[in-house]
Design a protein around this ligand. Sequence first.
Ligand code: MN
Length: 256
Amino acid sequence: MNKTIYFVFNVQNKVKMKKHLLKILNLGLVLISIPAITLAENPNDKNESNMKEFKTTEFPALPYAYDALEPYIDARTMEIHYDRHHRAYFNNFVAAIKGTALENSSIEKIFSEVSKAGDAVRNNGGGFYNHVIFWENLGKGTSKPSAALAEAINQTFGSFEKFRETFSNAAKTRFGSGWAWLYLTADKKLAVGSTPNQDNPLMDVSPVKGIPLLTIDVWEHAYYLKYQNKRADYVEAFWNVVNWDEVNRRYAEAVK
Ligand code: MN
């Protein structure tokens, strides 16, 4: 029996499509026929959709508008931070790896041997990657830690409040410029720490090592326009705009 299936596609459907279907999307409602066999679920597709591969060749869009985090993080800071600081790190990183063996490496692989790669790769690669994690773990909404993450936080820190205090202290006491992190260690335990400059816990040079789950940028460019020298106020405001859905996703992925 010739299995042919007819489908109606709506342009608004955010369905992942095979490349050969993309060209018909702008026709709106269309009737097409394709062999049923091409529609069989590929288990790899599912894995792909659950994983977020970090692309070293793309400057990702900010996942929300510049003013989305007002009043906690102001629009002007977001615009300058994303479009100038972050973009410069990306451009300089791409220039630093161009034509080298690192060009086709994953970011994780690059960071795991970053001590050999030189300061341009370390500083700009970190600057590029850290900001992507930071933008993604920010958002305004009603998300909260998943049951699994909440339990791990309680086990490690005693309570959510103790965790928040530990993380905030790491952010407030990082001398000069850097980042504070919640990360998962190699033995799958939660830990909090901070890194200087644009280093991160994936780097072989970092004193804290693991998979990043949540981060805050404590460079002055992240808060100076609104908070001036009051880093502590910025750190407290940060808790109003943590996108726990993303942190939960990263945690679930990391503990696998
Ligand atoms: Mn920054």
